[in-house]
Design a protein around this ligand. Structure first.
Ligand code: TXA
Ligand code: MG
Length: 318
């Protein structure tokens, strides 16, 4: 299959209408979209990504007012959260409408919904005029793509269309909140911090990863994730980067003085937000340049630092 790269949301919407897949930019990461009501198109997403069929997808909408197309009902907590954070990097889990094929939600009776605020994602949703189911546009288990070139590297020849835009400004995936229980619970840390969520929902429940016996509430969380081909290792400071094999070593973090031996690639980030934005891109650049060990500096777990640490730990396979 030849992958067409376009800047036209109209062209991309046509591909969706034909039941094809379209990768498109969002403010968090690039998504791999399909008509959320076409179960053949949904199957194609799982196939192109090599995604386990028990891992449900997020449905994207242009506007919170359209939620009733995909949700049976919208719990009060979801309404409040969307009023404050939509459009934006927040995903809410709500009861699924029967029009959403079970393939989208991996058979669950809940559905994940997000209203992206990226102008190109909005243009696509508007041109298409319906709900778009979209996971991140990487092969399963790999870092999410934050540029259209990264999408092309992951999926060229496997999907019909990439809607091209600029790099995703946040760089980490959305915060996923389960709104079906008595108190909303965070299933995945993301760009919207706990602190910000507590401002709207003081009752925010702390999500404890389920024990081995209990099925996971967010199936995606059980898989190894965000991993480049190089080995990711977490350190507290540049002093902790080993001196051996510096030529095949890279480092990313907030501080960059005091290496015993300077690694071949070093990326210092101004702050945690820049670190989050650049992390997955840095992983990919390291892969291309034959780096075998990527040392990543730990950050304080506040604000987006919590999501960043979550991705770093998973990439390091802790
Ligand atoms: O920022 C994002 O959320 C990006 C952009 C493209 O919107 N999308 C994204 O999708 O990260 P994906 O498929 O890579 O991650 C979706 C996560 C998975 O961990 C999945 O298990 C969880 O959301 N999820 C989806 N539907 C769910 C449901 N009904 N119940 C619980 N978890 C769900
Ligand atoms: Mg993903």
């Amino acid at each position: 299959m030849k992958t067409r790269i376009t800047r036209s949301p109209r062209v991309a919407a046509m591909v969706l209408r034909d039941g094809g897949l379209v990768a498109f930019p969002t403010e968090t990461v690039y998504g791999l979209g399909a008509d959320a009501r076409n179960k053949h198109a949904i199957t194609a997403i799982f196939k192109a990504k090599g995604r386990p069929p028990d891992n449900p997808l997020i449905v994207h909408l242009a506007d919170p007012a359209l939620l009733s197309q995909v949700a049976m009902r919208v719990p009060k907590s979801a309404q409040r959260l969307l009023a404050r954070f939509a459009p934006g990097p927040l995903t809410v889990i709500v009861p699924r409408h029967p029009d959403v094929p079970p393939a989208v939600t991996a058979g669950l009776d809940t559905v994940a919904v997000r209203i992206p605020n990226h102008p190109v994602a909005q243009a696509l949703l508007t041109a298409y005029g319906g709900p778009i189911a979209a996971p991140s546009a990487n092969r399963s288990g790999r870092p999410s793509p934050t540029t259209w070139r990264a999408v092309a590297e992951e999926l060229d020849g496997r999907i019909p269309c990439i809607l091209r835009g600029s790099a995703s400004p946040i760089g980490l995936e959305s915060t996923v909140l389960d709104c079906t229980g008595s108190h909303p619970a965070i299933l995945r840390e993301g760009a919207i911090s706990r602190e910000a969520l507590r401002g709207v929902c003081p009752q925010l429940a702390d999500y404890n990863p389920p024990s081995v016996k209990e099925p996971p509430r967010s199936p995606g969380q059980k898989y190894r994730h965000y991993a480049p081909t190089a080995q990711v290792v977490l350190v507290d400071q540049p002093q902790d980067v080993p001196t051996r094999r510096a030529a095949q070593t890279a480092y990313i973090g907030l501080t960059h003085d005091g290496f015993p031996v300077r690694p071949r690639r070093v990326r210092r980030c101004r702050d945690t937000a820049e670190y989050a934005r650049l992390l997955f891109r840095f992983f990919r650049a390291c892969e291309k340049h034959g780096v075998r060990w990527i040392y990543c500096q730990r950050v304080p777990e506040t604000g987006i630092g919590r999501a960043l640490m979550d991705r770093l730990r998973r990439a390091a396979n802790h």
